[in-house]
Design a protein around this ligand. Sequence first.
Ligand code: FES
Length: 627
Amino acid sequence: MKLSITGGSSFETNGNSTIYETLKANGVFLVSPCGGKGTCGKCQVKVISGGATVKSYGKLGQQERHDGITLACQTSATSDLHIEIPEHSKLVLGGKIAVSIFKDTVAYLQSYGVSIDPLAKRVSLTLPPPSIQDNIGDLQRLCRSLEEMGITNMRFAHKFVSTLMETLREGGFNTIVSYSKQNDTVCDAISAYPPAHPNGRFGLAIDIGTTTVVVYMVDIANGAVIDIGSTYNSQTKYGDDVITRIVHATEGGGLADLRNTVVGDINTIIDFQCGKHNIESRHVEAAVISGNTTMTHIFWGLNPASIREDPYIPTVNYYPLWHGSQARLAINQQAAVYTAPSVASYVGGDIVTGILASKMHRSPGISLFMDIGTNAEVAIGNDEWIMTAACSAGPCFEGGGIKFGMRATQGAIESIKIDPATLTPSVSVIGGGVPTGICGSGMIDAIVELYKHGIINQKGVFNPAKTPLVREGEDGLEFLIYRDIIQQRDIVLTTVDMENLIRAKAAIFAGVSLLLREAGLTLDVLERVYVAGGFGNSLNIEKAVMLGMIPDLPSDKYIFLGNTSIIGAYLTLMSDTLRGELESIASRMTYIELSVVGGYMDEYMSAMFIPHTDLSKFPSVAAALGL
Ligand code: FES
């Protein structure tokens, strides 16, 4: 049977594969935050002609079903099928995704004052050809030359040695050897190449988020980022947050499922990037993994059970340098795969790389670092000490649990203004054009605008008397943000969305307040506040303060950094000096468990209002709103 797409290609399919699976197998990716489980309702396609069986319509409404819309992950062809993929269902795996604010990564690397010294190194060797007098074996000959260059104790995998005879002779006993250093005494050989075979040398910076996965393909000879790929972490089909994933890994015995899923996501991006840039996967010689403690445990197939059991101790905080084969990545099997060290069960390597990317560990002034992702983590400190804590914020600022929520990527509403006279909203969309959903910064804008104009109250409850744009929807009251007349699709914020957003912002603010209290500090000592997270190119700091999500400080103290985990992974990939700095940051960080220090619930409940029950904590907001 054939599956054909309007304006595109046609693929073989069969009754056992869903449309989603057939498309994915052929490199056509759909938005699929639930990973194909049928619960997120985002993988919509329109059936134009042909027969299909539908297991479930999930969240699709009557009108959508009437218009021929179906969920690709729940639908299989029963005859040749012709479909159309709406813009809002298409997932871009390429560089259009807003993942970092650092456009010139090489300049940012240089700003640390370190030289390029990547995780995978290379050395050129000229070996004396063998003779009757000099008759040692090829491997010993190679070791002898390496030792002459000061490289001792090299370890060689069987695969490396199995092609050594041909490689040395092809190059007339001139060869280039790539290798990684475990520490000052042990090295691992990655590959040997004849010099006449010009090839690039590549590495990967990989951010494994609970909700998204980001991969930078890097030319490690010069630090240039060749491509950026990003996708949803398909593990979301096993649960939105780390706790449900741990439960699945342990009680459900699903560790292998979870591992295969995320490694599959990463390999899909790597294959896509290698194909696009004509890179042989064996030339990808290094990778740095940055993620929270649960994500990195699952990535390596380590049982995460103890992470959620008192006293919350992970198997590993400092990971050995393992290899491409052990990581199951579609790269050189001897490639060096480094994992950013974690601090505790709920403050992972992604926060350590984030702090490296912020440079707060180099400054004597005291700074606050906040990473707002699927969870929120905060850290306070300077070049001598750093205290850190985790807040259970949930995934809504990355689009999870919000009806029209999405990542900060093309098509996302990133800011909203409500006209004071007509109370109608106008939106700005990443990449322009018709919006397909709303990202974290758009949600923050929306709540603040709704509150400023009396459309919601301090608790986020809608006032239907204010405007007809507040209407009864499938899930209770909702506010109409945008109507797509052509696709006949409304983008709304629902009562449930509003409750989730206020809970998330309250968890973040309560975390910051308690950490400051534990450090014995007040807001006025903070020189800088670094805000990280997948908010696209910007986060409107003024609006985030008005919402009561972040402290009421002058906006010039705030620096928005975007995805710091991926930039920190990139810096670690490109410099051994910065890798050392990363490990020193991790060793200096003191973890505070908020649930045991007392007072968390009080702080949280007080923050469940816009901006806060105690307006003295938000003087600029009180003044702006005339309260
Ligand atoms: S409903 Fe199909 S991917 Fe979520």
